[in-house]
Design a protein around this ligand. Structure first.
Ligand code: DX5
Ligand code: ZN
Length: 216
């Protein structure tokens, strides 16, 4: 596989008391993006971090911040995350089905890259009318909410379907249960960016773990 696969470690599995160093560690080990999971306790049954944390981390690094909003009413918070220094802002299709255009336009008004994510049970074809308006689709390969879950095998076919119907420039990102064994399934189906939390932050050798996902 000669395509350049990007690796986005998810700080959900990092030591939250030590986030700055945890980001530096993966950056030094070859991470391309930092994946930041934002959860509100409503859209998903967990609460994580808000824009203030993103803003503080932004002062410490220039690496691309890939912000994954697992929140209801994402339109309310786009301004805050954009101003905090997000580079990619990804919202969930299921959180704003009825005002997707408004949300997409809001992200674009800040000159940020626009992503839409779908949960494992949401079919790829709901995205068809949107694919020319956005930069990235995030396919969830676990139910959103927690790190360290098992890759749902049917995600591979969803990636393949999406690659078939999407423009060449659309970035396909996969999130959940990515490790040395599942990375190849996602990449061969057409994924460009792999998010990995437990696998990278749980590894003894961070550099080796990141490399093992790139060479699949
Ligand atoms: C889950 C999050 C993921 C999570 C992935 O809701 O969106 O980004 O951190 O973690 P792993 O790689 O451990 O499945
Ligand atoms: Zn995520």
């Amino acid at each position: 596989m000669s395509r350049n696969i990007l690796i986005a470690p998810s700080i959900l599995s990092a030591d939250f008391a030590n986030l700055k160093d945890e980001i530096k560690k993966v950056e030094k080990a070859g991470a391309d993006w930092i994946h930041i999971d934002v959860m509100d306790g409503h859209f998903v049954p967990n609460i994580t971090i808000g824009p203030q944390v993103v803003q503080s981390l932004r002062k410490e690094t220039s690496i691309t911040f890939d912000v994954h909003l697992m929140i209801e009413n994402p339109q309310k918070f786009i301004d805050s995350f954009a101003q905090a220094g997000a580079d990619y802002i990804t919202i969930h299709y299921e959180a704003c089905e009825n005002n997707l255009d408004e949300v997409i336009n809001k992200i674009k008004s800040h000159n940020k890259k626009t992503g839409i994510s779908i949960k494992p049970k949401t079919p790829v074809n709901v995205l068809t009318p949107l694919l020319n308006k956005i930069d990235l689709v995030l396919i969830m390969s676990v139910e959103p909410g927690f790190g360290g879950q098992k890759y749902i095998e049917t995600s591979t076919e969803k990636i393949r379907q999406l690659r078939t119907i999407s423009p060449e420039k659309l970035i396909i990102e996969v999130d959940g249960g990515i490790n040395q064994n599942t990375a190849g399934l996602a990449v061969n189906a057409g994924a460009d960016v792999l998010v990995a939390g437990a696998y990278i932050y749980g590894a003894k050798d961070t550099k080796q773990a990141i490399n093992s996902l790139k060479i699949v």
